[in-house]
Design a protein around this ligand. Sequence first.
Ligand SMILES: [Zn+2]
Length: 232
Amino acid sequence: MRILYNICLLACVAAVALACKPKEPAKYLALAFDDGPNLTTEAEMLDVLKKYNVPATFFVIGSNINDDTAEMMKRAVKQGCEIGNHSFTHSQMSRLDEDQVKEEIEATSDMIEKIVGQRPKCFRPPYINVKPEMYDWIDLTFVCGKGCQDWVASVDKDARRQGILDSAEPGAIYLLHDFEGNEATVEALDEAIPLLKEQGYIFVTVSQLFEKQKHTPDGHTMYTVVPDERKK
Ligand SMILES: [Zn+2]
């Protein structure tokens, strides 16, 4: 009887200890692709995202949008993805004046809103080329991200997959490309997404990442890892 009592006591203590163990905060990541929309590589990327049921953010170039590619943007949003602004002409924007910068942003945001019914919240500058005034001129959250040189043709699928895995950390935004012909990134993600899921990462859009981390964009930062304010 005494032994039984001791076993019960031990079981209770173990159960309480397990219940009180501090829970790790959820780990979020945001996949984000530049240079679309297009009908080829972007369609393949959306297939992979659908396969694993994960959303992403597509930073589109205004001049790439037409009646056909607009359908790809609609499909992305239908799949739970977000559309971001990647300028209209993909220029080095630090060389442009205020009017030109605003025109690049507004023309692209207008097109996005017309097609998917929502104005973009985030902007990824082409070539991550900025000057300080741009933060005052553009009322969007500036986003950079972690890349794996996936715009370089000689960086193969395996190297891209490894780069994606190596740069994973809670709150991270990725800087990847879905321009036409960039299948190696699609194939790398087809392998990397399930591995990252196994590590406990949850994929969200860039805007959702700010919400999940409870961080309000400060208007003058270019974000690669969104700070986690849940801990404070
Ligand atoms: Zn670009």
